[in-house]
Ligand binder design. Structure first.
Ligand code: PLP
Length: 387
């Protein structure tokens, strides 16, 4: 039995997604910008998918800009919005975010220093949750210098959920544009942008059973975005380039499936499954602890620290025994590099180096988790024996 518990890295494309993409490749292969029938058929596929994305996140269809995934959506949000804001109001040059953001955000912000931007980190508690007082203080003191605030909706390593609706509301009170990297959130939790002050939202299809290479930036309020990919008027002049029709159509199907699943409201059941799994995991190793246990977290993510053990080594052995997971640290040229997320939260090197991330999908079953626990138990026992 193979147990895949790395769904924050990527998920298995749903059968319906694969069939739709295959059909598109074989039948709807036109260029959506062409005026003839073949082009119009491809255009219909793209617009159908746009409406599926809009329904999943609760926005208008014209607000959805298709991109090549989450990374491009985030780049477009940050670079594209900053250029507009800074040009209109040169005094606004600060980009506020968390130290636990995905590199798509932190590297985009770093890249903006060449355009006159300056990065500023918001405070957070020991679980990695934003400190709203630190945000309020920044907005009170330097609100007129802030161009953009970007806070992820849910963290990819710990699953920690940020109060982004509240952050967006406060940003708006100070005329600050707000972006959220919702790559780990959308498709797993209900989203209704219309009820929020969020201006920009990035999402990605492959985190909820869609294909890799498809994502969207939702552009709602604020001054909009300047395109970062030039070369055509596609996507209402917000993203040049011929649309990836099969991937976009597959993305649309993934959105429809996610919406149907969310309508069943099985999230409480899933949270209970995660909690049972976590308490059994904790019992397997003395001193084990769940990272960010005290914060609201996604139903699908468990980040557990096994102090004294090396996650990189555990992962290899787990994989040999049929369990796919990931670590809270990356191995770089023989030495273990502690994850930026766990370090930024102040987690010590020993706990971070022994941290595993186990992430479920809506398809993960209780018997798969039983099997994972059995394997983890035997791997931990032999690692302790060998240590
Ligand atoms: N943001 C977060 C929080 C992510 O977890 C990821 C992917 O892991 C991305 C952005 C990038 O998305 P993509 O893989 O679609 O480029």
């Amino acid at each position: 039995m193979h147990v895949y518990l790395d769904n924050n890295a990527t998920t298995r494309p749903a059968t319906e997604v694969v069939s739709c993409m295959q059909e598109c490749l074989q039948r709807s292969w036109g260029n959506p910008s062409s005026v003839h029938r073949t082009g119009m058929d491809a255009r219909r596929r793209v617009e159908l998918a746009r409406s599926s994305v809009a329904q999943l996140v609760g926005c208008e269809t014209r607000e959805v800009v298709f991109t090549s995934g989450g990374t491009e959506a985030v780049n477009l949000a940050i670079r594209g919005a900053f250029r507009r804001i800074h040009r209109a109001e040169p005094g606004r040059r600060l980009l506020a975010s968390l130290a636990t953001e995905h590199p798509a955000v932190s590297d985009s912000i770093r890249g903006i220093s060449a355009l006159g931007g300056e990065s500023i980190s918001l405070g957070m508690d020991e679980h990695g949750v934003v400190d709203l007082r630190s945000l309020e203080e920044l907005l009170e003191r330097r609100g007129e210098e802030v161009a953009l605030c970007s806070v992820m909706w849910a963290n990819n390593e710990t699953g920690v959920i940020q109060p982004v609706e509240e952050i967006a509301r406060r940003c708006h009170e100070h005329g600050v544009v707000f972006h959220t990297d919702a790559v780990q959130w959308v498709g797993r939790e209900p989203t209704c942008l219309e009820d929020t002050a969020i201006d920009l939202l990035s999402c990605s299809a492959h985190k909820f059973h869609g294909p890799k290479g498809a994502g969207a930036l939702v552009v709602r309020g604020g001054p909009g975005v300047e395109p970062t990919l030039l070369g055509g008027p596609q996507e209402r002049e917000r993203r040049g380039g011929t649309e990836n029709v099969p991937a976009i159509a597959g993305f649309g199907v993934a959105c429809d499936l996610a919406r149907a699943w969310l309508a069943e409201d099985r999230r409480r059941e899933r949270l209970e499954l995660r909690d049972r799994f976590e308490s059994r995991l904790l019992a397997l190793h003395q001193g084990a602890s769940i990272n960010s246990a005290g914060a609201p977290r996604l139903w699908n993510t468990t980040s557990i620290a096994f102090p004294g053990l090396r996650a990189q080594m555990l992962l290899v052995i787990l994989s040999e025994h049929g369990v796919s997971a990931s670590g809270g640290a990356a191995c770089a040229s023989g030495s273990v590099e502690v994850s930026g997320v766990l370090r930024a939260m102040g987690i010590d090197e020993e706990r971070a180096a022994g941290s595993l991330r186990l992430s479920f999908s809506r398809e993960t079953t209780e018997s798969e988790l039983d099997e994972a626990l059995r394997v983890i138990d035997s791997v931990l026992a032999s690692s302790r024996g060998g240590a």
